[in-house]
Design a protein around this ligand. Sequence first.
Ligand code: IDP
Ligand code: MG
Length: 140
Amino acid sequence: MKLDITFTMIKPDAVAEGNAGAILKMIEAADFKVLALKLTRLTPGQAAKFYEVHKGKPFYESLCEYMSSGKIIAMILSKKDAVKEYRQLIGATDPAKAETGTIRKLYARSIQANAVHGSDSDENAEIEANFFFSSLEYFN
Ligand code: IDP
Ligand code: MG
C-alpha cells in the first residue's frame, strides 16, 4: 500500500523556545497521523546533506549552521494529499508572508528560523523520511 506521507522537522528555534507541543497539537488537530517521530540533532554535515539542493544559494551556509545549532524533532506524517495539505498548514517560507493561523505565522522568528520544515513533493517526502527513519518504521 502506498501511504500519502510528508516529512517535517520542528526546527531548532521552535524546539528551544518550547513550541514543539503547540506545533504538534496543530498538526494533530489538522488530522495528520504521526507515523514516526524522533528528537535528535543534526551534525553540520548532515544538515549540509539534507539541504544540498540549496547549495550555492546565499543562505545555504547560514541555514546549515542554524539547522545544526540545536535539537530538532523529525516526523513522518500521513494524510490524504499530505504534502500539499501540510504546506498549507505551515504557510509561506517567510513568516511575514505566511497566512494567518499557519504554523509559521504563529511560531517562526525569521525567514531562516521559520519553525518547521515541510517536504515540497511526494518524491522528496520519501527521500527526507528515509534520511531520518528506516523504511520499516514508516509503515508501522
Ligand atoms: P521551504 O522550507 O518553505 O520549503 P525553501 O525555499 O525550501 O523553503 O528553503 C529551505 C529553508 O531555507 C527555509 O525553510 C528557510 O529556513 C531557509 N531559507 C529560505 N530562503 C531563505 C532566505 O532568503 N534567507 C534565509 N533563509 C532562507
Ligand atoms: Mg523546501
